[in-house]
Design a protein around this ligand. Structure first.
Ligand code: FAD
Length: 228
């Protein structure tokens, strides 16, 4: 994925910008919290002998679709360098809480430099230079309008879908499993898949039992859920 950076109407560079995901917070001892919450259903705390009991119980509840106990653990990510195409798809997930950079308040060229995502197929199609040129011209027009007194909330109508947008999301583990199931899937759009794959890799390290049944395919940068 590439980025276009413009400042005061001039292209500063067309460097490759990678999207980034940062885990801001996660429930401490998340998998043990899930196990203890689940054991409350059966008052079987005498069986709480981590790590073996944790793995055995969480795999069992996932298999039996007793998924509500996964809601006791939550994670929050900050995502940078994704386009508004990506964020529009992501915020459709209603059980996830988003806080997104506002184009009403954030002025490009002032609070931060403008940048946009360049999809690989546009570059492969030989359209990279024209894409950068047209995007830059739109940003120049945006800057001219804002300078002339048009409110940012209205000048933004001219900005392209590829414009990047910072976003923080919070969700419980059940919802993260759902998001990864539909968005890391090979059929999902490449950008949301790429960013969700980055979050899935983090979650696999942080909560390896809960996310164990997602099988990563490095070649296609996708993941599929195996039914156990
Ligand atoms: C490949 C792909 C293509 C897509 N194409 C389009 C498209 O062309 N047009 C379009 O508009 N959208 C499209 N979407 C978005 C899709 O329709 C969903 O809005 C989005 O994926 C959020 O999924 P969700 O509703 O399952 O999940 P969430 O909103 O994250 O909810 C999680 C789960 O909670 C439950 N739930 C949440 N809310 C309700 C409710 N009100 N009633 C009952 N159960 C609920 C459901 O089980 C749901 O799966 C696409 C998504 C994918 C993955």
């Amino acid at each position: 994925m590439e980025s276009i950076t413009a400042k005061q109407g001039k292209i500063m560079s067309d460097i490759i910008a990678k999207p980034s995901v940062e885990l801001m917070s996660i429930t401490p001892n998340a998998e043990q919290v899930i196990e203890l919450a689940c054991r409350t259903c059966y008052l079987s705390f005498h069986r709480f002998q981590p790590p073996n009991s944790t793995e055995e119980l969480i795999k069992k509840i996932i298999r039996k679709k007793h998924h509500s106990v996964l809601e006791h653990a939550l994670a929050t990510f900050r995502i940078k360098g994704g386009s508004r195409v990506f964020t529009h798809e992501l915020v459709r997930h209603r059980l996830m809480s988003p806080s997104q950079e506002s184009q009403r308040y954030v002025e490009y060229g002032k609070v931060r430099n403008f940048d946009a995502v360049l999809p690989p197929t546009i570059e492969q199609g030989g359209f990279k230079d024209r894409y950068i040129d047209m995007t830059t011209r739109l940003v120049e027009f945006y800057e001219e309008m804002v300078k002339a007194g048009v409110p940012k909330e209205d000048a933004r109508y001219i900005l392209p879908n590829g414009t990047t947008s910072e976003i923080v999301i919070s969700a419980n583990f059940r919802e993260f499993r759902h998001i990864f199931e539909v968005r890391c899937n090979p059929r999902a759009h490449w950008e949301i898949r790429q960013i969700c794959m980055m979050m899935l890799e983090v979650m696999k390290k942080e909560a390896p039992i809960v996310f164990d049944d997602f099988i990563l395919d490095k070649e296609t940068n996708s993941a599929t859920l195996i039914e156990s």
